[in-house]
Write a protein that binds this ligand. Structure first.
Ligand SMILES: Cc1cc2nc3c(=O)[nH]c(=O)nc-3n(C[C@H](O)[C@H](O)[C@H](O)COP(=O)(O)OP(=O)(O)OC[C@H]3O[C@@H](n4cnc5c(N)ncnc54)[C@H](O)[C@@H]3O)c2cc1C
Length: 395
């Protein structure tokens, strides 16, 4: 595997119109975009990937890698252990003054998105993908000859018969996902925990419930911990829309969190944040030649820790569909029906965790949660698509 720490030159071009002929254009170089580009390049396809960030940066994410994600990353050549990923063996659920623990029913790990995205983009470059970084797609449309045309911020246009849309949480103009009615706001902050608290957290992922949302804390590489939380906007508004007020309230409502953060050193000046997270969204359809993957295909509630796994899964399925000449609308419809059960199950569980009943029925929640996670993990891998993928990769 290439050294992810190595500086990778940014390719620039002065041309205004770049026809890609038989190539695939991938918009977005996060988990899904990189995974698809690596798989396509390894099948000998010409791939250009456009990523708006010049270098990987911190992203709002719990950074939990489920067993499924680990398998897919391994298949892509990403050795998370060598990147310092921390194995996660336990899950703890805490609400009010109670906490309970259960072993995870599958192998899991945690790794910062910065490290993961750096490794993925390096692997894409090593696989022969033409990566354009620090360049943002502003618009996507069709040419007179019906090719896809992506217009970049500097006016350059790329034309290709096939586009993979992998912009994650960011919607391109004309390709917006529906509004998020709950108006979720998500935050991520790194802490260096006090020694005793770091030792107690150990190899566990802790999920904490509080009115209006939930959060998770877990160790990541470098001996630090990631605290990531989501809250409905109206609850944030009650504390003056200030993250520091809400963090204080979370600790009041969940003394387990207050204990974890006692004596902790914050490692960012302020948390990074995002809004508009349409949880439960699954794309119904698409246009010919436009394969939508990752969060552009489906957005699962964050507490499942399955978003990265779904991003990898949808990338793998889209590559298989493309190689098998399956039209994009057929792929998107099949993907939707394959993911529907898992998504609805996750939404149902998220509602349960969010309501007051779940807080008093904590021991029950803890008992069923690993089972729910196992079922959702199984449902992520869809027999029909997996077999198409295997066949395509074997051909
Ligand atoms: C609060 C929260 C916690 C989460 N915790 C977890 C977790 O613990 N485990 C887990 O598995 N999942 C988790 N997820 C979900 C996970 O982060 C996403 O599902 C996953 O990152 C989706 O991958 P993606 O490739 O679709 O998007 P991303 O990985 O976000 O990549 C999209 C890329 O597209 C680029 N881009 C955007 N717009 C443009 C443009 N116009 N032009 C060019 N490039 C563009 C971006 O810069 C970005 O690099 C969490 C999500 C949230 C909101």
């Amino acid at each position: 595997m290439p050294d992810p720490k190595k500086e990778i030159p940014v390719r620039t071009s002065n041309l205004n119109r770049i026809p890609l002929h038989d190539e695939v254009l991938i918009i977005g170089g996060g988990v899904a975009g990189c995974a698809a580009s690596i798989a396509l390049a390894r099948k000998g396809r010409g791939v250009t990937l456009i990523e708006r960030e010049p270098t990987p940066r911190h992203k709002v994410c719990g950074e939990f890698l489920s067993g499924e994600a680990l398998e897919d990353l391994h298949a892509l050549g990403i050795d998370v252990a060598s990147l310092g990923a921390v194995p996660i063996d336990y899950v703890r659920l805490a609400a009010a003054r109670r906490a309970a623990e259960a072993p995870l029913p599958f192998p899991a790990a945690s790794l910062t998105r910065k490290a993961l995205d750096t490794a993925l983009i390096a692997e894409a470059i090593a696989a022969g993908v033409s990566v354009e970084r620090g360049r943002s797609v502003q618009a996507l449309g069709r040419t007179a000859s019906n090719a896809w045309q992506a217009t970049l911020d500097d006016g350059t246009t790329y034309e290709a018969p096939t586009v993979f849309l992998a912009t994650g949480k960011h919607d391109l103009r004309g390709y917006k996902r529906p509004e998020d009615p709950e108006r979720w706001v998500a935050f991520k902050m790194y802490f260096r925990l006090a020694r005793a608290q770091a030792a107690e957290l150990a190899r566990a992922s802790e999920l904490m419930l509080f009115p209006g949302g939930y959060g998770g804390i877990q160790p990541v590489e470098g001996g630090i911990a990631n605290l990531c939380w989501v809250v409905q906007q109206r609850h944030l508004a009650r504390v003056g829309n200030r993250w520091e007020n809400f963090l204080a309230k979370m600790q009041q409502d969940c003394p387990h969190l207050a204990m974890r953060l006692a004596g902790a050193e914050p490692l960012l000046a302020k948390p990074i944040a995002i809004t508009h997270i349409p949880y439960g969204y699954i794309r119904r359809t698409t246009e010919n030649g436009l394969y939508c993957i990752g969060d552009q295909a489906a957005v699962i509630p964050s507490f499942t820790g399955d978003g990265i796994s779904i991003a990898l899964h949808t990338a793998r399925c889209a590559v298989a569909a493309y190689l098998a000449a399956e039209p994009a609308p057929v792929f998107q419809a099949k993907l939707r029906s394959a993911l529907l059960a898992q998504m609805r199950l996750a939404e149902f569980a998220a509602d349960g965790l969010n309501n007051a009943l779940a807080r008093v029925a904590l021991p029950f929640c803890l008992r069923v949660w690993p089972g729910v996670m196992r079922v959702t993990a199984r449902l992520t891998r869809v027999a029909q698509h997996a077999s198409v993928a295997q066949a395509a990769v074997a051909s």
